[in-house]
Structure formats: C-alpha cells, structure tokens
Design a protein around this ligand. Structure first.
Ligand code: CU
Length: 570
C-alpha cells in the first residue's frame, strides 16, 4: 500500500476545500422521507398501501468536505504500528490514495482499482457528500440518507430506484423492523440497478414496538463499499399509543422531545467520527430540560466493533432503549455519563444538561451541547409524575423469556468469512441438527463471537447470560438485535472468549431470515447465513417490480429448505 497524491485527485481537493468554511450552527438532522397517500395514488397503489414514498440510490464524486481527518489519523496510526496496518501516514491537506483495495463486481469477481479513501483538510464543520447514498428524488446525495419515519399499524410501499448506473446493484435492509425477510419485504437477495424501480412492502403491525432503527444497502459483496460511501440512514417507528404502564403527559412529551445523533466513521480508517454528516455537530438544549437522544452507531472500520460514547459531567443520562427496543423498566435507574455500545447498534438515552457540554466517542469530541436558559420547558420527563420509572408494553416478540423453557438450542460461531464454518450460500441454509427452525418456538442460542458483531434480521434477542459473558455492551434481561461481546481485534488475545446466551421467539413472522457478522467486510466475505423458520405466515411476492427496463428484474431467490424441497411456500 502506498500513499500518493495525483494531479487528478488534487483537483478534487481544491474543489472541496472551497466549501469548508461553512460552520455548523444548529443540528444537522437529516430531512424526512415524505410518505403520503397521494404518492400511492399517483403510482397506482392506493388500495395496496396507506402511504408511499420514493427513494433513490445515488452516486457522488468524492469523499470530502470539511473532513478533518489528517491529524487524528496520524496519531492513531502510531498507536497501530505494531499491527502494520498501514505503511505510511499522510499530512494534513493531502489527498490520500491507497492502491489495490479490492472490491467485487456483481458476480463476485474481484476488481482491483485505485480507491480514494479520504480528503484531509484542516477545518471544522461543513456537510459530507456521499460517494454512494440514498436520497429523496431531486435532493443532494448526502451522508447520511433521509430519515425514514413510520407509524405502527400502517401499510407502507417504498419505491426504490437504482442510481441510473446499470453496473451498480443495490438493495435496502431495514435493520430493526419486525417484518418478513422474504417475498416483497425485507429480503436481502432482492436487487435494483439502473433506472429500474422495485417495491418494498412493509406492514408495520400495530403491536410493533416504537423505536430507533436504521436502513442500509445490503447487496452481497458491495455492502461495505456502499455503506462505506454513505448509503445508510436512520429509521424511526413512532411510539403511538400504549407505550407503557404509567406513561403520562410528561413522559409522552419527553418521548417526542427528540434529538438525532447518527455517528459514523469511514471504511479502512481509524476515525475520525462524524455526527449527522458533520465534523462537529452542535446541539441546542434548554438548561435542565430532558431530551430523548436517539443514537445510531455506524462503524465502517473492520478491526473494531464497539466503542464508548460519553457526555460531559454537566449532563445526566439514563438509558431508555437498546437497539430500538425499550428497556423493561424505563428509564434505567442509574445515570451514566459513559455508555459502551456495539456496532450497528442504537441507544436511546434521556439526557439533561445544566450547562454547555460535549459528546465524545472514546476520547474524541464529536459534538457539542450548547445550553440556553430562559426558555426551559419543564414538562418533558422520562420519569412519571411521581418521579418513578415505568414498565414498557411488551409485544409477543419482546416478552421476558428468562423463566420460559426453550423449545430448541443452537450454537453459533462467527468468523471473518463464515458462520459455523459454512460460507454464505444461496444453495445451503444453516440447519439445526439437519432441520429448519419451527415457527412459534422459543430458542436458546449460545454465541461464540470473538469481536464479531452478531446481527439476526427480524427477530430480536434477549440476553440471558448473567455473569457478563455477553460483554459490557449488553445488560442481562434486555433485548438487542446485534450482540457484540468483544471490542476489537487487539483485545481478542488479552481476554477470555465469551459464550453469550440469548433467547428469542420465532413469532408473528416466518420464512427465511439472515444472520450475519455486522462488520461489513466480513459479511461481504461470507460471514452470513440464511435460516428458515417454517410453519408460519408467508409473505407474498407481489407487487414487486414497478419499472423494469430489461428483464429480468428482481427475480425472487428461493433458498432450499434443510430437509430438501422448495421454500416458495412456508
Ligand atoms: Cu466479523
């Protein structure tokens, strides 16, 4: 690997530098995707969906824009010297090009190309354009993509178009939604390219818990490349009614008094972290007012899988939800200023600050909190009017399984290229003793993960290990959709490997689902597997394709069942 500056990339640097004097003065929360019944009528799907929206994959020109990475990268390179990850550092103001990064085409063949991985300019602020992204048609290709907000009990039609480029294949995974993983719903084998348009059908059941989730591109072999370019965004399911026992006007006001924090870094680089697409986000808080901070962590470096996020001593913070699912008792009794959180995970906290403060990831300040007095709103409170915690309403897929006898047991071992020594395959699902999993069963799974974050699509998992085997990111008894035990590659050799036990309920939704390592590089290398949950409801395939320039478009992919036979009908 070599670091070079070329005439071609230098011109990109100059073009971007001109925009870097813009300072961040208020929160940069992304624009919301506009759902509407009118859009359904316009597209001819009024009877099928309650709300429709169009979202477009996009490709930008370059990374950059106020991306103050040089100084920090050099410092972290020194810390990583012993791993010999990078041959050379680079200086501020230089464009860095690393030769021979390997990517894959749609057939899985490796492509060798020069990849520009970053622009280093000394400045604060300014938005970050995406090299790959999701956008509202007509909007800029921004990092991160639009905020998708959904309501419980509604039928949504998401019309997804390609970037215009026939060579770029992608799709969308709604990380955290409890919806089918096959048919025309959240199936990662679906695909769109060019100017084609495919339809994702999402019925958010009325019992779905409200929470903080996200979406990202998930086309196999290109996930790292696409998400690493900015193709992701936050997805929120609104709380609606019946959130919990004891929820009063103050708690309701608190739950909707939200702030958004989408933290991401950059593929192959050890920091820096940016928030909401900017180098130093600023939040405006009223002094001593409670806010619900929705935090999403998108990590693109493949050698670490967890981090700490901390607030200054001027603030009090209580956890209220993990991975978009409320704690059983909300909020957590103890205030913390530092939280440990795994990759791809979300954390909602109740936070209030008495004066100006900062938000840091590890020891890097990524955002500031500016407080102002005089307009304090005292109504929002995470606690009930009597100052107590409240019990969240638990839908069937999120009930307490600690005292329930499991119907089945399974062990999972994640590696960089495989799960249970089987590489990702469309021909072969993962089987438990030669059979598929059964709908309406309770499972107890034992996870051996090293530092790999384990994400199971569709079905959240309750941590039932009591002695810290699941690591410091997870609390006994709470639900998560991604489990990350160890923090990084380096710590792997200094700490005992944990065997973390989780329980989960195969309820409401059946069919195929994906489990994966959520280090994007490892998923792309084959650390993913399908399982089938048989005997439950089946999701239809239609409507599926809205616009197809040349057949075939988004043909359904059927993974054979463990015991043989087709999985077309579950
Ligand atoms: Cu991994």
């Amino acid at each position: 690997m070599t670091a070079t500056t070329t005439a071609n990339t230098l011109s990109v640097l100059l073009a971007v530098s001109a925009t870097t004097t813009m300072l961040v003065s208020a929160e940069q929360a992304p624009k919301e995707l506009p759902w509407s019944a009118e859009k359904c009528a316009e597209l001819g799907y009024s009877e099928k969906f309650d709300a429709c929206a169009e979202i477009e994959f996009c490709e930008g020109d370059a990374y950059g824009g106020g991306y103050n990475g040089g100084r920090r990268l050099n410092r972290q390179l020194r810390a990583m010297d012993s791993m010999e990850m990078y041959g050379e550092g680079q200086n501020e103001g230089e464009v860095e090009v690393w030769d021979e990064d390997v990517y894959y085409d749609e057939n899985g063949n490796s492509i060798t190309e020069d990849v520009e991985v970053g622009l280093y300019v000394e400045d604060e602020g300014a938005g970050r354009p995406a090299t790959f992204g999701w956008r509202i048609p007509g909007e800029a290709c921004a990092w991160p993509g639009p905020l998708i907000r959904m309501s419980r009990g509604k039928r949504y039609g998401l019309f997804v178009s390609g970037s215009g480029n026939e060579e770029t294949i992608t799709n969308i995974h709604t990380h955290g939604l409890h919806v089918p993983g096959h048919g025309n719903a959240d199936d990662v084998t679906r695909s769109v390219s060019g100017s084609d348009v495919i339809i994702y059908e999402y019925h958010i059941p009325s019992y779905h818990m409200g929470g903080t989730h996200w979406y990202h591109s998930h086309w196999h072999h290109n996930s790292e490349h696409h998400v690493g370019g900015g193709a992701f965004g936050m997805l929120i399911v609104d709380d609606g009614e019946n959130v919990g026992e004891g929820v009063d006007a103050g708690v309701e006001a608190f739950l909707s008094n939200e702030k958004i924090l989408i933290a991401s870094n950059h593929e192959d680089i050890y920091g820096p972290w940016i928030v909401n697409g900017v180098q130093r986000e600023q939040y405006d808080f009223n002094v001593d007012e409670w806010y619900r901070l929705r935090i999403l962590i998108v990590n693109l470096d493949d050698h670490s899988s967890s981090r700490t996020i901390s607030f200054g001593d001027e603030c009090e913070a209580h956890a209220i939800a993990h991975d978009g699912m409320f704690r059983f008792q909300v909020p957590a009794a103890a205030s913390q200023t530092t939280f440990s959180i795994g990759d791809a995970s979300r954390l909602d906290v109740a936070i209030r600050c008495s004066s100006d403060s900062t938000i840091s990831i590890y020891d890097e300040v990524v955002a500031s909190i500016k407080t102002s007095s005089g307009n304090t709103n005292s109504l929002p409170s995470p606690f009930t009017s009597s100052g107590e915690a409240w019990s969240s309403t638990r839908p069937g897929y999120l009930v307490d399984l600690r005292d329930v006898e499991a119907d089945g047991a399974f062990s999972i071992k994640l590696d960089e290229t495989n799960i249970n020594e089987v590489q990702y395959s469309l021909e072969k699902p993962l089987c438990a003793g030669g059979t598929d999993f059964k709908f309406d069963t309770i499972q107890e799974w034992t996870l051996s993960l090293a530092y790999h974050p384990f994400h199971l699509h569709i079905y959240p998992m309750q941590v039932v290990s009591q002695n810290g085997e699941c690591g410091e990111n997870h609390e006994y008894g709470e639900y998560y959709d991604t489990i990350t035990i160890k923090h990084s590659y380096r710590r792997l050799y200094t700490r005992k490997m944990g065997k973390c036990k989780v329980r989960l309920a195969f309820r409401d939704v059946g069919g195929k689902t994906l489990m994966q390592c959520h280090v994007f590089k490892h998923g792309d290398q084959g650390s993913m597997a399908f399982i089938h949950v048989v005997g439950g409801p089946a999701q239809e395939n239609e409507p599926r394709v809205h616009k197809c320039a040349s057949e075939p478009c988004d043909e359904p992919v059927n993974i054979p069942l463990c015991e043989g036979g087709s999985a077309e009908d579950y």
